[in-house]
Design a protein around this ligand. Structure first.
Ligand code: ISC
Ligand code: MG
Length: 428
C-alpha cells in the first residue's frame, strides 16, 4: 500500500472512531505527521491531484512552510462572522484561510483538510464539526487522490483584449492627475487587465511551481473556490503579519526596472532611491497605513526607506511595526488596512470612488488580500502580480500608483513591465 493509501486509511480510522453524537465540542481536529515516500513530493503536487474544492495553496514570503487547504467545514462571507467564530474556540487555535476581494467581499473557510509541509515533514489536520454527516466526510476522504507530478509550463499566449490601449491608459492617468491637481485625492492606483488565450491548457499548479522558481522572495498563492476560476500569483507585498499584539507591515510602492544586467539594475536602484515622484508615491502609502494603524496601536515604528529587488522590477519599501491594543483583532486590522494606498489611494474613500466609477473592470481578487488567520497569529499578502485562469482564458492584472509628478507614458511603461514579469510564467 502506498503512503497516500495509508494516510487515507488512517484518516478513515479517526473518522470511524469519532463520536458524531457527542455534542460537547462542536469542532474536533485529528492530526497526522508523516514523511512521503518520495523526497521530491510537494504539497502543490498533491493539490494538483485533488478534485475537491475550495482549494488554497499558500507559502508566505520568508517562510519555508508550504500549506494547502482543501474542502470546507465552515464558510464565512462576513469578516466579523469569521472573527467571531475564531473567538468562540479559543482553545483550539483554529485557522481560517481566505481573504477580502479588492472591493471588500469576505470569503473565509475553515478547511476540511489542512496540510503543512516543512522540509520532509508533512502534517495533516482533519477537521470535523458537530454539524457534519459522517457519510459526507467519508465521501470527502474517499475522493482524495495521490499527487500528480508538476510539469514545466509551455504554451503560446495570444493577447485577446486589454482593458486599456496605451492611449486610453494615458487618458485615464491624465484624468487622475487632474483630480489630484484639484485636490480630490493625492494618490490613486489605476489598473489594467489583459486577457490572453493559450494554445494548450495551462495547469494552474504548474504555474505556481513556475512562479516559485521565477520570482524569489514572494508570497505564492493559489485560490480556487470552484474549478472554473483559479486565481494565483507571486506577490512581493505583505499586507501584514501579526503575532498576538505585534504587527508588521510595509509600504511597498514606487517602481524601477530590474533585470539580469547588474549594472542597469544598480543604476536604476540609485535613481529610484532618490526619485522625488517615487519617494512621494511611497510616502503616501506610509501615511495611509500609519494613520489607519494609529487608531488601534499603542505605538508604531517606521524604518527608513530601502529598495527591494525582484526579477523584473524593484520597489521602494518602508517597513512598519506596530504594537496593537489587546482588543485589536484581525477583523479590526483587515478592515482598516485593506486596501492600502499601495493598491487603492489616499484619501482612500475619494480614490476608491474614482476607481469604482472610472476603472472599466472590477478587480475582485486582484489587489485583494489572501492569507491565513487564527486568534494568535495571522499573515496576509496583497494579491498583486496575479493571474486568473478561467477555462482557456488567462487574465493578468497590473497596476500603478498615480501621484503628482506621474508621467502617463512612464506609468504605461511601468504596468507593461509588471505584465512582462508575470508573462515570464508562460514560456513558449
Ligand atoms: C498595484 C501594483 O503594484 C503596487 C505595488 C508596488 C508598486 C506599485 C507602484 O509603484 O505603482 C504599486 O503601488 C501591481 O503590481 O499591480
Ligand atoms: Mg509606481
Amino acid at each position: 500500500m502506498d503512503c497516500w493509501q495509508q494516510i487515507k486509511q488512517q484518516l478513515r480510522q479517526r473518522l470511524n472512531a469519532h463520536d458524531f453524537s457527542a455534542q460537547n465540542s462542536a469542532i474536533s481536529q485529528y492530526q497526522l505527521e508523516f514523511t512521503p515516500d518520495s523526497a521530491s513530493d510537494d504539497v502543490l503536487a498533491w493539490l494538483k491531484g485533488q478534485c475537491c474544492y475550495p482549494q488554497f495553496f499558500w507559502q508566505a514570503r520568508e517562510s519555508a512552510t508550504q500549506c494547502v487547504a482543501l474542502g470546507q467545514v465552515n464558510y464565512f462571507t462576513e469578516l466579523a462572522a469569521a472573527q467571531a467564530f475564531l473567538t468562540a474556540y479559543p482553545m483550539q487555535q483554529l485557522q481560517l484561510v481566505g481573504g477580502l476581494t479588492f472591493e471588500g467581499e469576505a470569503h473565509f473557510y475553515l478547511p476540511r483538510l489542512w496540510l503543512e509541509q516543512r522540509a520532509q515533514t508533512w502534517r495533516i489536520t482533519l477537521t470535523l464539526s458537530a454539524d457534519d454527516q459522517q457519510s459526507a466526510v467519508e465521501a470527502f476522504l474517499q475522493g482524495l487522490s495521490p499527487p500528480l507530478p508538476l510539469k514545466q509550463v509551455q504554451t503560446t499566449l495570444r493577447l485577446e483584449t486589454q482593458n486599456y490601449s496605451e492611449n486610453e491608459w494615458q487618458a485615464l492617468v491624465g484624468e487622475a492627475l487632474a483630480q489630484i491637481e484639484q485636490g480630490h485625492f493625492t494618490k490613486v492606483v489605476l489598473a489594467q487587465k489583459k486577457t490572453y488565450r493559450s494554445d494548450t491548457a495551462v495547469n494552474p499548479y504548474d504555474l505556481v511551481a513556475q512562479a516559485r522558481v521565477q520570482h524569489a522572495d514572494c508570497y505564492y498563492f493559489l485560490w480556487a473556490q470552484t474549478p472554473e476560476q483559479v486565481f494565483l500569483g507571486a506577490s512581493p507585498e505583505r499586507l501584514y503579519q501579526r503575532d498576538r499584539q505585534r504587527l508588521i507591515t510595509e509600504a511597498l510602492a514606487g517602481t524601477a526596472v530590474s533585470s539580469d544586467d547588474p549594472q542597469q539594475t544598480e543604476q536604476q536602484q540609485q535613481w529610484l532611491l532618490q526619485d522625488r515622484k517615487n519617494i512621494h508615491e511611497n510616502r503616501l502609502v506610509v501615511e495611509d497605513i500609519c494613520a489607519k494603524l494609529a487608531n488601534f496601536s499603542q505605538h508604531l515604528d517606521i524604518e527608513s526607506l530601502t529598495s527591494r529587488k525582484l526579477s523584473y522590477v524593484q520597489h521602494l519599501v518602508r517597513k512598519i511595526a506596530a504594537k496593537l491594543y489587546p482588543d485589536a483583532d484581525d477583523s479590526t486590522c483587515l478592515s482598516a488596512i485593506h486596501p492600502s494606498a499601495a493598491v487603492g489611494g489616499l484619501p482612500d474613500r475619494a480614490a476608491l470612488n474614482f476607481i469604482a466609477t472610472r476603472q472599466n473592470f472590477r478587480r475582485e481578487w486582484y489587489a485583494g488580500t489572501l492569507g491565513v488567520m487564527s486568534l494568535a497569529n495571522s499573515e496576509f499578502c496583497v494579491a498583486i502580480r496575479s493571474t486568473l485562469l478561467n477555462q482557456d482564458k488567462i487574465m493578468i492584472f497590473t497596476g500603478a500608483g498615480i501621484v503628482a509628478g506621474s508621467v502617463p507614458l512612464l506609468e504605461w511603461q511601468e504596468i507593461e513591465r509588471k505584465a512582462a514579469g508575470i508573462l515570464l510564467l508562460f514560456p513558449a
